[in-house]
Ligand binder design. Structure first.
Ligand code: 4NP
Length: 155
């Protein structure tokens, strides 16, 4: 029997900055590595549901060759833990929120940067209240996490 195809859900607070970028970086890294995997993103909060990614997130994605303008924010739900094989939080507050709603025995839950050697426990900082340069840092962080995750899943 073949193993289930990996399906990864990236989760931040608003689903308009970090997790759409993590989803995009993961898709790009998976394509580069020839890994067949599903990817999506969601927020633990509901305030931005239905909205496209923040324009600064769209801009940093575009600068790195990826178009995320078609994504729309949504709130994570309990059923996601059965639909996805891996649920990946961008920081510890969101990880804690996900631990509270995760049904026992469902998707593997982790922090994105836990997958990067030497960066276990580190958050991807929330760039929402900062300037544009924060989004370049976010892109670098989510790319490092996505690359490490793709390499693990491909083994
Ligand atoms: P994200 O960033 O969690 O990376 O999407 C945020 C977006 C919106 C808010 C906070 C963080 N907010 O408070 O509205």
């Amino acid at each position: 029997m073949s193993a289930r195809k990996p399906a990864i859900l990236f989760v931040c607070l608003g689903n308009i900055c970090r997790s759409p970028l993590a989803e995009a970086a993961f898709r790009a890294e998976a394509a580069r590595a020839g890994l067949d995997a599903e990817a999506d993103s969601a927020g633990t909060g509901h305030w931005h549901a239905g909205e496209p990614p923040d324009r600064r997130a769209q801009a940093v994605a575009r600068r790195n060759g990826v178009d995320i303008s078609g994504l729309r924010a949504r709130q994570v739900e309990r059923a996601d833990f059965d639909r996805f094989s891996h649920v990946v939080a961008l920081d510890r507050d969101n990880l804690a929120a996900l631990e509270r709603i995760r049904p026992e025995g469902s998707a593997e839950l982790s922090l994105l940067l836990d997958h990067v050697p030497g960066r276990a426990g580190e958050p991807v900082a929330d760039p929402y209240y900062g300037g544009d340069e924060g989004f370049d840092r976010t892109w670098a962080d989510v790319t490092a996490g996505a690359r490490a995750l793709v390499s693990k899943l491909g083994r």
